[in-house]
Design a protein around this ligand. Structure first.
Ligand SMILES: CC(C)(COP(=O)(O)OP(=O)(O)OC[C@H]1O[C@@H](n2cnc3c(N)ncnc32)[C@H](O)[C@@H]1OP(=O)(O)O)[C@@H](O)C(=O)NCCC(=O)NCCS
Length: 216
């Protein structure tokens, strides 16, 4: 088995979009939009090409991870340039075999080499806690309306770099895309059936949950 992690190249674009679509299809909603996000992200100013990786198993692409620049702004107006990843995808037939973990760990080490202090993501904690991600509450990182979402997870790449401050997280606007454009983009792909799944309810619950706690 030969496993290679390398930067995404132009020739991979369509394959990566197909992998993303298969990984997310019917997972969070009936159908998915993440392959559109992948498509528009690559030309967005917040995109970090050095942190755009594919995972190749015996010459076939089976996974991808992409990062964007984001910011933390403290109450005393300190600004920290950090990163956010997502989408991250592994083809369904290769999931839960450790490939995602290898890809994420590799990419996180590269982000550290590029001197980013931390990673903030939105995701299902069960995918990330064993990679060292912790609740945003532990680092006092909140969103615009001062809430601590349960799905907002943080990993310090430089230990202690987020200590002793309260931080507002600002993600890249690329994540607020037009869903109608995403639906049109999906017409360029092979037809897949949309269906209702339990994972969509899990996504709803998680993405609407917050840690009920005031900033102290
Ligand atoms: C999320 C995803 C990228 C993870 O990649 P993967 O190769 O499937 O995951 P791995 O096998 O490397 O496991 C990573 C962690 O997931 C969890 N995990 C693994 N197998 C699991 C299982 N059967 N049930 C629940 N959690 C499991 C564990 O926490 C594991 O870490 P550990 O091995 O230290 O315990 C991949 O499953 C995927 O593409 N999913 C669909 C798209 C998606 O959800 N993307 C992320 C959005 S938040």
């Amino acid at each position: 088995m030969t496993l290679i992690i390398r930067n995404e190249e132009k020739k991979d674009y369509r394959i990566v979009e197909e992998i993303t679509r298969k990984a997310f299809w019917n997972l969070n909603i009936p159908g998915c939009d993440e392959h559109y996000l992948v498509n528009i992200m690559r030309t967005h100013p917040d995109f970090i090409p050095e942190l755009d990786f594919v995972l190749e198993l015996d010459g076939t692409l089976i996974g991808n991870i992409m990062f964007t620049k984001s910011q933390l702004i403290s109450e005393s107006a300190i600004e920290k340039n950090i990163v956010t990843f997502g989408p991250v995808s592994i083809l369904p037939e290769f999931q839960r075999k450790g490939f995602g973990k290898k890809l994420i760990e590799y990419a996180m080490n590269k982000a550290k080499e590029l001197n980013y202090a931390a990673i903030v993501i939105f995701g299902n904690p069960s995918n990330y806690v064993n990679l060292g991600f912790k609740s945003c509450r532990k680092f006092s990182i909140y969103t615009q309306n001062k809430v601590f979402p349960c799905a907002m997870l943080v990993k310090e790449l430089v230990e202690g770099s987020l200590a002793n401050e309260n931080w507002l997280y600002q993600e890249s606007p690329v994540y607020n895309f037009d869903q109608e454009k995403a639906a049109l983009f999906d017409l360029n792909f092979e037809k897949l059936e949309k269906s209702i799944r339990g994972s969509q309810e899990e996504f709803y619950i998680l993405s609407h949950s917050r840690i009920f706690d005031n900033l102290s």
